[in-house]
Design a protein around this ligand. Structure first.
Ligand code: HEC
Length: 151
């Protein structure tokens, strides 16, 4: 016997409502998690885009020198001169090779700076060692760094 014929209907409405509420709660949670994850992923992959391959003078170097003033001789050496001067490639005097550097250092700092800036004609030593985004000041600092480390 049904005293209140509407009662069934209310129960169904309640069930439908709670299913909807649970569904909403879950979807809100899902969105929140994926936003957090996205932020984390962006944070994680961000520095990768700023990395620069060793020896690639077209990136990093220009921006670094623009923002942080002149690079030190060591920094310039590491990014622009090391390719040849660490290995002796193309007949370059090796960093730290006192024998190879002695006659060069004997020419004096001005002559060495001049070779660094304008290169040595007919050899693999190009003007500025090929570092076109290096300032004169930076190239001379790199020459000084190499000479100081090779005597
Ligand atoms: C592509 C290879 C290469 C790169 C890169 C390079 N050099 Fe050299 N460098 C040479 C070679 C080869 C010589 C020897 C030239 C010679 O026969 O006198 C040399 C010689 C020199 C000398 C001695 C020159 C002299 O008068 O005796 C200086 C100074 C020098 N390099 C500075 C630099 C600096 C500074 C850089 C980076 C900014 C650099 N080099 C990058 C190949 C290179």
């Amino acid at each position: 016997m049904r005293a209140y014929p509407g009662e069934d209907c209310i129960v169904i409405k309640r069930i439908v409502f709670s299913v909807l509420a649970v569904g909403l709660a879950f979807s809100a949670l899902a969105v929140e998690v994926s936003d957090t994850q996205r932020a984390e992923i962006e944070q994680r992959i961000k520095p990768v885009g700023e990395h620069c391959m060793l020896g690639d003078s077209s990136c990093g170097g220009a921006a670094a020198s623009a923002s942080a003033g002149p690079r030190s001789g060591e920094e310039v050496y590491n990014s622009a001169c090391m390719a040849c001067h660490a290995t002796g490639a193309a007949g370059a005097p090796k960093f730290g090779d006192t024998e190879a550097w002695a006659p060069r250092i004997a020419k004096g700092a001005d002559a060495l700076h001049d070779s660094g800036l304008h290169g040595v004609p007919g050899t693999g030593m190009m003007a500025k060692g090929g570092c076109m985004n290096c300032s004169d000041e930076e190239v001379m600092a790199a020459v000084d760094y190499m000479a100081a480390g090779s005597q």
